[in-house]
Design a binder for this molecule. Structure first.
Ligand SMILES: Cc1cc2nc3c(=O)[nH]c(=O)nc-3n(C[C@H](O)[C@H](O)[C@H](O)COP(=O)(O)OP(=O)(O)OC[C@H]3O[C@@H](n4cnc5c(N)ncnc54)[C@H](O)[C@@H]3O)c2cc1C
Length: 634
């Protein structure tokens, strides 16, 4: 056992995100603990690695340090076959101890639209102030001045403020040397008695949460130490691009389908060139560093940087001194796709004890060496990064995965997939969550940004809606032969067939389900002819939906003949009773070897089956009064 540590805020990750938040909290005297999985590599705490030797000569040492620090997420031996080269840095300061400190201001077109422009401006200003970003690193550099003039003539710019200019850099000249910014700057808390408490080599393995609120974390010193708990009123997850979704997913926090999606890595093209002799003419040996920025502009959606990067993109084979060369980097924009994502494998854990991550990235025509103009692909001038053979193999695998996914959807029971919409006109997709080993299925509306209009019920229990519709259709279409499916909760091929042939569309309103039938199926059936059917038109059926339940709760059903007020009949409890009885009987008659076989057959967890089976031991008098239970069990 261990004693839990108490704090107001715990921040996971000491990179740019975590350190910026921790620093701000401490400046407001809010007790904060930062948990960092990696070690402290630099002194003072989290300072930039290049500050050890910021000279030209120190560049190769920096390169070596960077290559040594880059590791697979969670320190594993790989990051999944789909993301062979995906690496991160686990160290105090995260990537900000190694970054190149260039801070080009994003164009309005690059900013996320859910933050207002005024807010963006204030956030960017604050970040610039904290990191000490300035335009003056290349002040007095003859090469910089000449490069800006030359490049401006070629590029030409009409957009205000987006002209060729010195690059804003988070670094300051200190005498002859340059000091690069890092989390050292973000954590600086002058005039405050207590700074954040930073624990290095402490791996957060789980976010604790109760009733939809985070309450603390479980962390482990190194990969093999004993767990400790940190209780906190607020938990900030700033564990980087891979670590953050892994922790959320690994802690079984239902973050919806967006978790791990929209992953992007904007393409960067880098090269090293020798400067033209006109630019180098009469330049002094101690000419200051130059750093030039060609900003992203409408019609030219990329950023260019011309400077001396500390990382070496290409070797220059003939002799040229460092002062005679420049690096040109172009950072291109890219379409952000939901399909580009991390997927989490909860059956395989990484060395941090978190789910293994596999990346999926959609390739397009440019990756095959083609350019697309007006929908037609033409051979491009660039080289393909995937050859035809690999491309065809991937396409074949994708289409077989699609078939498998469809099959999995069929097997998972999502019989309304493709047919169900919310009342905002958005198609709802099947999904599920796992809680204590049980699988709960839902249909959900797309994420906020992809919705046409907000539907009044963005999430609905798949079991509830499917059961209501199947129950109704069995009556409407006089298909008593299918009612057994309602007991087992497993949809047979015949039930699926019925849905596909009869149902055109299902719309989820706030408190009712609208089932639109295909025209030829809307003819009156015996049930509707008798008037049992509450349909509004022959084509539409309205079914009442139970009001959205915030949480499940246990309930005792008391019949009215005990002198008490009758409560509603709990269909799920009755189903559980019926299942328990029939499974118990099947076990006795050796139809199933054990509960594991039942779990497999009904796609439930063994624990869930065992839990339900306890109902089978209830005295018959407790369940017999319900004629419904008796009929379901039979
Ligand atoms: C060589 C290089 C050059 C770059 N140059 C620039 C540049 O010029 N301009 C620019 O804007 N950006 C640049 N970047 C990118 C920039 O540095 C990053 O985008 C930024 O630092 C990311 O910060 P972060 O806090 O989101 O993540 P990270 O820096 O990845 O920090 C996350 C931290 O969380 C820790 N962590 C993860 N999981 C756990 C866990 N379970 N428990 C505890 N701790 C955990 C990690 O160890 C890590 O320290 C560069 C990056 C590199 C590597």
């Amino acid at each position: 056992m261990f004693d839990a540590v108490e704090t107001q805020v715990v921040v996971i990750g000491s990179g740019a995100g975590g350190a910026a938040i921790a620093g701000e909290l401490c400046r407001h005297s809010i007790p904060t603990i930062v948990v960092e999985a990696g070690p402290q590599c630099t002194r003072p705490l989290g300072s930039h690695v290049r500050n050890r030797d910021p000279s030209e000569g120190g560049l190769s040492q920096y390169n070596d340090a960077l290559n040594g620090a880059l590791t697979f997420p969670s320190g594993g031996a790989g990051s999944g076959s789909a993301f062979r080269d995906f690496k991160v840095i686990h160290a105090v300061g995260g990537m900000l101890s190694y970054w190149t400190c260039n801070c080009p201001t994003p164009h309005v077109a690059e900013r996320a639209p859910w933050i207002t422009d005024a807010e963006w401006d204030s956030i960017l200003d604050r970040a610039r102030t904290l990191l000490g970003v300035g335009y003056d690193l290349g002040n007095g550099s003859v090469r910089q001045q000449r490069l800006i003039e030359r490049v401006s003539m070629v590029v030409g710019r009409e957009e205000a403020g987006r002209d060729v200019q010195p690059m804003p850099v988070a670094a300051r000249r200190q005498g002859e040397q340059i000091r690069f910014a890092s989390i050292e700057n973000l954590l600086r808390v002058e005039n405050v008695s207590n700074g954040p408490i930073l624990h290095q080599d402490l791996i957060c393995r789980q976010i604790l949460h109760r009733s939809g609120r985070a309450t603390g974390i479980i962390a482990r010193p190194g990969v093999s130490g004993d767990d400790i708990a940190i209780n906190a009123e607020v938990v900030v997850i700033a564990a980087g691009v891979a670590g953050t979704p892994k922790l959320i997913g690994g802690s079984r926090i239902d973050a919806g389908p967006a978790l791990g999606a929209y992953l992007f890595d904007h393409p960067a093209i880098g090269s090293r060139v020798v400067l033209h002799r006109d630019i180098l003419a009469d330049v002094a040996a101690d000419d200051p560093v130059f750093t030039v920025w060609i900003p992203y502009a409408l019609g030219m959606p990329w950023h260019n940087q011309i400077c001396r990067f500390p990382t070496n993109p290409t070797a220059i084979e003939y002799a040229a001194g460092p002062n005679e060369t420049a690096d040109i980097f172009t950072f291109c924009s890219m379409d952000v796709l939901e399909a580009n994502r991390f997927n989490f494998d909860f059956d395989r854990l990484d060395p941090f004890g978190l789910p293994e991550t596999v990346g999926a990235y959609a390739l397009g025509a440019p990756d095959r060496g083609e350019v697309v103009h007006k929908g037609i692909a033409h051979p491009g001038e660039h080289k393909a990064i995937v050859d035809d053979e690999l491309w065809s193999a991937v396409q074949a695998k994708l289409s077989s995965n699609l078939t498998r996914r469809r099959q999995a959807r069929i097997e998972s029971g999502a019989i309304l997939g493709g047919l169900i919409f919310d009342d905002g006109g958005n198609r709802m997709s099947p999904t599920y969550t796992m809680r204590r080993g049980n699988r709960y299925r839902y249909y959900i509306s797309p994420p906020h940004l992809q919705r046409k209009r907000k539907g009044s019920r963005p999430r609905i229990s798949a079991d509830d809606v499917e059961r209501l519709i199947v129950e109704h259709l069995c009556r409407h279409q006089a298909r008593n032969d299918l009612t057994a499916d309602l007991t087992s909760g497993i949809w047979s091929a015949e039930t699926r067939e019925l849905i596909l042939t009869v149902v055109d569309r299902v719309v989820i309103h706030h408190d009712q389900i609208e089932v639109r039938l295909k025209a030829k199926e809307a003819a009156p059936t015996p049930a509707s002819a008798r008037g049992d059917d509450k349909s509004e038109s022959p084509n539409t059926i309205s079914l009442p939906l139970p009001p959205a339940r915030p949480r499940e709760r246990k309930e005792i059903i008391v019949p009215s003949n005990f002198g008490t007020q009758a409560r509603r009949v709990d269909q799920e409890l009755i189903l559980a009773l019926a299942r328990a009885r029939s499974w118990m009987r099947a076990l006795r008659q050796a139809e199933f070897v054990d509960t594991g076989e039942i779990a497999q057959r009904f796609r439930l967890s063994d624990a869930h089956v065992r839990r339900l089976l306890r109902f089978g031991y209830l005295a018959p008098i407790l369940w017999r009064p319900s004629s419904k239970a008796a009929s379901l069990a039979s």
